[in-house]
Design a protein around this ligand. Structure first.
Ligand code: GBH
Length: 489
């Protein structure tokens, strides 16, 4: 018999252990080029589609703002590194601005200024013990390539490969984690839905699906290029990151529809991660049948050749996941138009999305449902196998720049708790967690009215002063203790 005190301390130890993240688990925070850099026209940088879009359509941005200056990270990158260091981040995820590095869009000319900027940032991070995690494409396509059709031009897949080759060659000796794309669902589906985001084209059900196919091919080209030319030398990892909502049935009749919706959410995952490759069959079939009924001679979702299926399949070293929120699925009313933009559903699938009224905390579209991240991870594991998952974005916005941001602290706490359960209970192989965002930044159509930062940015201050919020302190404590039990480290 052990004395009670020993039993109790063993129990406490066990529960503490279970609130520990696995050894080697990494914590980071993310930003993206257009959202933080500013300096939209310095040196030889050419405009991106977001420069053009915000300059031409200020009325589509809540506060009529743009990313001309944003957080001015182009000039203040050293401050960003200092802030990241203060938080104790293991890695910092940022993106390269394609038109800053390749002002022509094509790789015939590389900007010295672009090279210098990203070398400084990468070297500065490494010198401070912070690993750079780099996204190649976070929505700021060179306008010159949009003029050639953007993501609806199949040649863009090769031009993206050329861009990737420049980036891998220049930075691959120091960058070991690459994301080809951030959220194709956002720059394909949302972008072509209602013309409300760059490139401002309304071609729902057409443009988005062509974009989807070109992006899958572009990703695979970049991945295979890394495999053949860089992997042996640099031994890095390449993937992409997809935003997925977790979906649950509104009622028991909607179980099958919910599975269809989950597969639709995985449109940009299935071709890469599934054993068979290609589009998710249920989604492909639904869109093909609908297209036929509408009189199209072929499906609006372009098919892959068998060769393309094989080319794309398996082009990953990990699964990148951006998770923010969840929805309930129900059959749409006949003829109901449903847009992805406010996350309402899919017209093609005839399925509508709503938030459960019992999910209390939230801000606009971002309704907090922490169990969603755990269930999603398990669903993905069951679907695609026991692969490595890296959470590349998760975070919470407020409309006011509150410094004591307890709502954000709760969001992080509750979601990290669920990530731990996914790891410990469901045995999902999750190796990284990334907070969106390190800094308040340019939140696309919401301009500067939506704050995601662990660190507050004063956009009225020409120096864009950065001040850590309560959530920054909380996150730093989690990182320090490598645990959710902040009193035991
Ligand atoms: C991610 O997008 C992006 O990767 C990142 O750049 C972004 O800052 C972050 O998350 C936060 O949004 O207001 O109803 O019109 C997530 C996709 C795109 C979802 C914009 C919300 C606006 C919905 N987000 N969308 S609505």
């Amino acid at each position: 018999m052990y004395p009670l005190s020993v039993v109790l301390s063993l129990l406490v130890a066990a529960s503490v252990a279970s609130r520990k993240f696995p050894p080697g688990f990494k914590f980071g925070a993310a930003t993206s080029s257009y959202q933080v850099e500013g300096a939209w026209n310095v040196s030889d940088k050419s405009p991106s589609i977001w420069d053009t879009f915000t300059h031409d359509n200020p009325d589509l941005i809540v506060d009529r703002s743009n990313g001309d200056v944003a957080c001015d990270s182009y000039h203040l990158w050293e401050t960003d590194i200092a802030v990241a260091k203060e938080l104790g981040l293991h890695f910092y995820r940022f993106s390269i601005s394609w038109p800053r590095l390749l002002p022509n869009g094509h790789s015939n000319y590389v900007s010295e200024d672009g090279k210098r900027y990203y070398n400084n940032l990468i070297n500065g991070l490494i010198a401070n013990g912070i690993e750079p995690v780099v996204t190649l494409y976070h929505w700021d396509l060179p306008q010159k390539l949009q003029d050639l059709g953007g993501w609806t031009n199949p040649d863009l897949a090769s031009w993206f490969e050329d861009y990737a080759e420049v980036a891998f060659s220049l930075f691959g000796d120091r960058v070991k984690t690459w994301l080809t794309f951030n959220e194709p669902v956002s720059f394909c589906d949302i972008a072509y839905e209602a013309g409300k985001t760059a490139p401002g084209i309304t071609l729902p059900g057409i443009g988005n699906y062509i974009c989807a196919k070109v992006v899958m091919l572009a990703h695979a080209r970049a991945y295979r290029l890394y495999d053949t030319k860089f992997r042996l030398r640099y031994r890095g990892k390449v993937g992409l990151t997809n935003q997925l909502l977790w979906c649950e049935p509104k009622n028991s009749d909607e179980v099958e529809n919910t599975e269809l919706m989950r597969n639709a959410m995985a449109l940009y995952s299935y071709p890469i991660y599934s054993k068979t490759g290609g589009w998710p069959p249920s989604v492909e079939k639904t869109i093909a049948e609908k297209s036929k009924k509408e009189g199209y001679s072929r499906s609006r979702l372009p098919s892959f050749t068998q060769e393309e299926i094989e080319f794309i399949k398996g082009t990953y070293d990990f699964f990148g996941l951006n998770y923010y929120t969840s929805r309930l699925v129900e059959t749409a009313k006949p003829g109901e138009k449903l847009s992805w933009l406010p996350l309402k559903g899919s017209t093609d699938l005839g399925l509508a999305l709503t938030a459960d009224p019992s999910w209390k905390e939230g801000n606009a579209w971002l309704i907090s449902y922490p169990p969603g991240i755990r269930r999603l991870l398990l669903w993905l594991k069951q679907k695609f196998g026991d692969i490595e998952f890296k959470i590349m974005e998760n975070g919470y916005s407020t409309s006011e720049p509150v410094m004591y941001d307890d709502e954000r602290v709760n969001y992080y706490k509750d979601h990290l708790e669920q990530v731990l359960l996914a790891i410990n209970e469901d045995k999902v192989f999750v190796t990284a967690y990334t907070a969106w965002s390190l800094l308040d930044n340019y939140e696309w159509n919401s301009g500067y009215t939506s704050r995601f930062g662990l660190v507050n940015v004063d956009f009225n201050d020409p120096m864009r002063r950065r001040t850590p919020r309560a959530s920054a302190n909380y996150y730093a404590a989690v990182i320090r203790s490598h645990s959710l039990d902040l009193n035991n480290h």
